[in-house]
Design a protein around this ligand. Sequence first.
Ligand code: SAH
Ligand code: SF4
Ligand code: F3S
Length: 446
Amino acid sequence: MKPTTAPKTYRVKSFGCQMNVYDGERMAEMLGERGIVPAPEGEEADLVVLNTCHIREKAAEKVYSDIGRLQKADGTKPLIAVAGCVAQAEGEEIMARAPAVSMVVGPQAYHRLPEMLDKAVRGERATDTDMPAIAKFAALPERRRTNPASFLTVQEGCDKFCTYCVVPYTRGAEISRPYADLVTEAKKLVDAGAKEITLLGQNVSAWSGEDAKGHRVGLAGLIRDLAKVDGLARIRYTTSHPADMDDDLIAAHGEIDKLMPFLHLPVQAGSDRVLKAMNRSHTAESYLKLLERFRAARTDLALSGDFIVGFPGEAEAEFEETLALVDEVAYAQAFSFKYSPRPGTPAATMDGQVSKEVMDERLQRLQAALNRDQLAFNQGTVGRTCEVLVERKGKHPGQWLGKTPWLQSAWFEGDVGIGDLVAVELLEAGPNSLAARLRQPALSAA
Ligand code: SAH
Ligand code: SF4
Ligand code: F3S
């Protein structure tokens, strides 16, 4: 590669899960420390970071088409860094397949992006997919800028090894960030304008640490202490695994007002045979029992889940068990996917791979059921007055989007600002959002 001038502007494009969004923000902050500024809307950036996702085939293939689109005939602009889970899984392949890429950096190594950038400017290509446990967080700059609803990674990695999933390979083993670091970062986020913090982890409920008094605490203990941070109004967490949900976390939902009444708890399938083949540690029944306990602690809890249709060997009758589970739970929202074979995972070579047609048909039926329940949930909240956090402007002048405690999008008009917490009355429900009316002026200014 030819040496080039140091970049003045950057663009970070994050794909995949919320943790990638968090990582993308932190990479942007590092570049900001170096005096590199975000490229103005509509203008090309000198440096583009593609923060990639490897979870399904389509997501991973996107990287190569994005690189193709960025490439210039003279080979000078822009500098391209590939970060995230595809970088971790396919670093060498990217370097070989895409000469326009000068940096490949994995999710546990991105604190070294600035050094790699120096090399890239000198014309050297660099790859870093090391997995030093937790080193990255200490090396990142302090939080200074954030959204009213912001993310905070508390736990990373996965030891569960579901047979379809790449995450244990791309994010590494489960680690918990230290309690004190998290309290400090949460306070910085609040100082920077955060009103709501979503605690993130691939298995966030597996978080554990030592509190200020040296006591061993789980996620509920951390939430209890974060709830004491002045200026922080709302706490959420995602994603949980049914295996790690303890009594304390269930109780926390009944006791901590700032903990929002929402639980994303993926089940994946309704058939016990399929769940076993997936290496999920729960059965349909143990999952339902767990939800019952959460609902008993917090009666208005909104539930969310993830589903995979067409896992290898899934029979029609087994898929119908997924539909039956959905009917029983009545989710407020959910994500559903066609099974995608991932290289290196056990399920990719299992017998009984399901055809695309069958997967398409099953996904349609599942999504029809999930959409029906989502609309019904939204309709069930019509007439309620609740607090929303104003996150952005709408299309029409004076129109705003706020999020309800149950994570619904509510549209309303009025004299408010981004970051305000205001009371609205929910008037009319659609499948994906509600129309609302402002009930009172801002409770707290942004
Ligand atoms: N740690 C979280 C999130 C994992 S990825 C969890 O355990 O739930 C988010 C979702 O992507 C998963 O819950 C699963 O539904 C889906 N997913 C993961 N691997 C997949 C694959 N190979 N094909 C299709 N969907 C997949
Ligand atoms: Fe993947 Fe399973 Fe771990 Fe979730 S729990 S990240 S689905 S291996
Ligand atoms: Fe994708 Fe990696 Fe997240 S594979 S879903 S970006 S952990």
